[in-house]
Design a protein around this ligand. Structure first.
Ligand code: PEP
Ligand code: MN
Length: 266
């Protein structure tokens, strides 16, 4: 076949020239902790800050999050620093509460197939169209992920971002195996933007920069990166969180790559 006869590469994705970073601590621990990250995020010209209020911990004796107090801290910092806020909602009973405080609602990997939660989030956000960042489950296929999006969109909100955060494989060198191919596969099959959470698959902060650069190069529409003012003291996911200084260096490197691609990091 001559080049002229090769069909164009299908690409349904929204070819935005902006790559959004959702940065922030794994857990919101205090107003001071969250402010420190907000100041860094704002100083870098980014628009969103993330933080966990209700934490899906494997062990019930681990820190479970500050709940509504964390939502208040996020809302207050979001207003003072003029940042959009993103947090996970774990329970259908919390959807209205979480929706009333933040700009984006996250479905975590552990709730990938919690269909009643997906429907409830779709209903609660139907009027506001607030972003729903829907993470892939550890053992979820891309087909299952795309199918389940309809639980949200059928209830009235198609402002969905699909977030790849690593899957379980035989490999134990990283916390999860980052499926970078999810980016082009989803762009071929769906209109939803794709986020790559680079912190949870890495599990260790020194791996985060390489995964983040790969995500930008692969065409991810957004990145999630955990940042904590003092990672060794973090109440969850300390080993994978970047310090503000490390995050600033990484954003500078990502901007260089984005530049080559004609994109902006925001
Ligand atoms: C998180 O983003 O804080 C989180 C718990 O992520 P995941 O659901 O991907 O494990
Ligand atoms: Mn985390």
């Amino acid at each position: 076949m001559s080049d002229a006869n090769i069909p164009p590469i299908p690409y349904l994705g929204q070819k935005s020239d902006e790559i959004t970073i959702y940065a922030g601590p794994c857990s919101v621990e205090s107003a001071e902790q969250f402010d420190e990250v907000a100041e860094c995020v704002k100083g870098l010209g980014l628009h969103w800050i993330r933080g966990g209020a209700f934490k899906p911990r494997t062990n019930p004796h681990s820190f479970q999050g500050l709940g509504e107090e964390a939502l208040k801290i996020m809302k207050d910092a979001g207003e003072r620093y003029d940042l959009l806020t993103l947090t996970e909602v774990m329970d259908s009973a919390h959807c209205e509460l979480v929706h009333s405080y933040v700009d984006g609602l996250q479905v975590g990997a552990r709730n990938f197939q919690n269909f009643s939660l997906l429907k409830k989030i779709g209903q609660v956000t139907a009027d506001s169209h607030k972003m729903v960042l829907y993470k892939r489950g550890f053992a979820g296929t891309i087909a299952e992920w795309l199918a389940a999006c309809d639980y949200i969109s059928d209830c009235g909100n198609d402002n969905i971002v699909l977030c790849e955060r690593g899957i379980r494989t035989f490999e134990t060198a990283t916390r999860f195996t980052l499926d970078i191919a999810a980016v082009p596969v989803i762009h071929k099959q769906s209109l939803y933007p794709v986020c790559i959470d680079v912190s949870h698959p890495a599990g260790q902060r020194d791996l985060v920069p390489a995964l983040a650069k790969a995500a930008v190069a692969a065409g991810a529409d957004s990145l999630m990166i955990e940042v904590h003012p003092n990672p060794p003291q973090a109440l969850s996911d300390g080993p994978q969180q970047l310090t503000p200084a490390q995050f600033e260096t990484l954003v500078g490197e990502l901007r260089q790559i984005a530049d080559v691609l004609g994109k902006k990091i925001v």
